[in-house]
Design a binder for this molecule. Structure first.
Ligand code: MG
Length: 290
């Protein structure tokens, strides 16, 4: 048993019934986990105390990844509306949907930095019947963008990925990890995670970080800078030095993870039809001080 997990920790199966579960986030105020069921165009929510899963909203324009803003409101990606948006207690408002006149492809996953900037990936998976609406790629790439709320402008920060997908900062925000599922899709090679140096709102010096055992989609970083990533039918944990530390087998293909629970030590895992949880001995990286 790894010391990254609580003693005796076992994978719990909490909820089922989705077609492709993605985009989990812990909502401290509600003590709930919210996640997307993308093909069914709805958002699910599990109340941690009762264990009850409900449909939070349906007809949501195919939301995908989500995170919390600095003020605790939900920021989420919309495949259908090709934008990043805010959900404040059910009131959904757009943040940004284009760069230099071209609409985004279908924002996939999102993180908020300690300066309030919103970083998100933009592969084209939502330009399809199943996960959004068919459409054209308008700016001709699949970039990672940084959206600055004060200016209302999104700027490309990473342009050399094939299909940038999940993303997460290191605890001090000096590094940004980006999974790239384009290796599997476009090249028939194992997908991988890249890491970039970050500073002054830019990213540079990207390099390959790890090739997990299975396809990496969403990922999170813990307090010690370890990377917890979806990896096919497992969750894998890597040190900041890319050393493989732990593999948690999951009975279905995983898409994403998030830390939650009252002490932040529960790892929630979205995996195809289901939501799983395992008790850990660590917590998520806290936002760096502004
Ligand atoms: Mg994703």
């Amino acid at each position: 048993m790894s010391d990254l997990l609580a003693p005796g920790a076992e994978l719990e199966h909490l909820s089922t019934g989705t077609r492709w579960a993605e985009g989990p986030v812990w909502l401290p105020g509600l003590r709930a986990v919210r996640w997307s069921d993308i093909p069914n165009d709805r958002i699910m929510q599990l109340d941690a105390a009762s264990g009850e899963t409900t449909v939070y909203r349906d007809g949501v324009e195919f939301t995908n990844g989500r995170t919390l803003d600095l003020d605790g409101t939900v920021v989420q990606c919309s495949h259908g509306l090709r934008r990043v948006e805010r959900d404040a207690d059910g009131v959904v408002t757009p943040l940004v949907d284009r760069w230099e006149g071209g609409r985004f492809n279908s924002p996939n996953d999102v993180v908020v930095a300690s300066d309030g900037a919103v970083w998100f990936t933009d592969p084209p998976y939502g330009l399809s019947e199943v996960e959004g609406h068919p459409g054209e790629q308008e700016y001709g790439g699949c970039f990672v963008f940084r959206y600055e709320p004060s200016s209302g402008v999104a700027t490309p920060v990473i342009t050399d990925r094939i299909r940038p997908n999940g993303l997460a900062f290191s605890p001090d925000e000096s590094l940004l990890y980006v999974s790239d599922t384009g290796w599997s899709d476009e090249r028939g090679e194992p997908s991988r995670i890249h890491v970039y140096a970050v500073g002054d709102g830019t990213a540079s010096a990207g390099r390959e970080f790890v090739i997990p055992a299975g396809v990496p989609d969403g990922l999170r970083v813990d307090e010690a800078g370890r990377v917890w990533t979806s990896s096919g039918e497992s969750v894998q944990v890597f040190s900041a030095e890319a050393e493989e530390l732990l593999t948690i087998p999951v009975p279905e293909r995983t898409s994403n993870v998030c830390f939650g629970g009252d002490d932040g030590r529960d790892l929630y895992i979205t995996a195809t039809t289901s939501l799983y949880r395992i008790r850990t001995a660590v917590t998520a990286a806290a936002a760096a001080p502004p």
